[in-house]
Design a protein around this ligand. Structure first.
Ligand code: GLY
Length: 331
């Protein structure tokens, strides 16, 4: 894990949020969350990690052309799904412990309509299948072989990808066969995107190959509405990144949106969601989780367990990579 930490960039670019300390027992301190108000009347796009820069550029292009915010969040993250050098999203991602790359994704709009797929193999754009599930079925989520068959029947073409570097890493991992799923390799993970258009309509998307070397069949938070993503046009939008199990157990993104509904600042809402995770999991060694949020009035922010969680930001005035405030520094 030490090597991984070498990747964590302590310096941030642009307007970094404030760092928040923590108690020796790992609890979040009682200092107020950073309340510097970052606001955009829209359009506005936030997405997780450095790979969000390319995703935001696409989403921004869609919004600037007057496009639909749902198109923006779908086409934005699809850029990262197509990047076969990315090891945590799309078909270039790391495999599970049986050597299979399995993908999870979801999408949600301003009205709360949602679509998701989980545990799908051999499709380049799970985010587009998720959107099609939302638009063409009465259901929210399809999984595994059923999702793959439905995708085939609905015009999605499978794609086989073999990446020698990925295969070699899996074979190296097999030598020890130690079951220790890894998240946030090289300081990135899921891409979650939340956006608001010029009319104040919200949408979000989330897509990932999940934890490297996970149990075959494991599904993380990313395709689960309320965990990896939640959008409610009356309150706001939030997305999550990091160890999915911790986010699912706390319904993380739903928590953030509900707290914003009560008027909480997005930074404070994300900080509270992180606090609940830490409270449930006193030993957070090597377990990163981060949240991003947009409140319906265009105020936005984020918070993470550890430093190094960056998000890509696009507003009419800013195109930046920003580091969120955090609870603690990597030891
Ligand atoms: N957050 C991605 C996962 O846990 O699969």
């Amino acid at each position: 894990m030490h090597d991984r930490r070498q990747f964590i960039k302590l310096a941030s670019i642009g307007s970094a949020a404030l760092a928040i300390g923590c108690g020796a027992d790992g609890s979040v301190d009682q200092k107020p969350a950073p309340t510097r108000t970052e606001k955009s009347e829209g359009p506005l796009v936030l997405s997780t990690w450095r790979h969000g820069v390319a995703a935001n550029a696409k989403a921004w292009e869609v919004l600037r052309a007057g496009g639909n915010v749902l198109d923006a969040v779908e086409q934005g993250v699809a850029v990262v799904e197509s990047d076969l050098t990315n090891r945590s999203v799309g078909l270039g991602g790391m495999p599970d412990r049986d050597g299979h790359v399995t993908l999870d994704a979801c999408i949600q709009d301003h009205e709360g309509r949602a679509g998701a797929v989980a545990f799908v193999q051999r499709f380049e754009h799970p985010i587009s299948i998720a959107r099609a599930v939302m638009e063409r079925t009465p259901h929210v989520m399809l999984v595994g072989a059923g999702a793959e068959r439905w995708a085939l029947e609905n015009g999605f073409a499978p794609r086989d990808v073999e990446i020698p570097e990925v295969r070699a890493k899996w074979q190296e991992w097999l030598k020890q066969g130690q079951y220790k799923p890894v998240v946030n390799i090289e300081n990135h993970d899921t891409i979650g995107m939340i956006a608001m258009d010029a009319q104040g309509r919200l949408a979000g998307s989330c897509t990932t190959s999940g934890m490297a070397f996970k149990v075959h069949g494991r599904v993380g938070d990313s395709p689960i509405i309320g965990a990896g993503l939640f959008v409610d046009g009356e309150a706001g939008a939030a997305c999550a990144t990091g160890v999915g199990e911790l986010v699912i157990r706390t319904a993380g993104s739903h928590t953030v949106v509900e707290l914003m509904r009560q008027g909480m600042h997005p930074n404070a809402a994300c900080k509270e969601a992180v606090r609940r995770i830490i409270k449930q999991n006193p030993d957070m060694t090597d377990k990163q989780v981060g949240f991003l949020a947009i409140r319906k009035d265009g105020v936005y922010g984020g918070f993470s367990v550890y430093n190094g969680f960056e998000y890509a930001l696009n507003t009419p005035d800013r195109t930046e990579l920003v580091e969120t405030a955090f609870d603690r520094k990597w030891a």
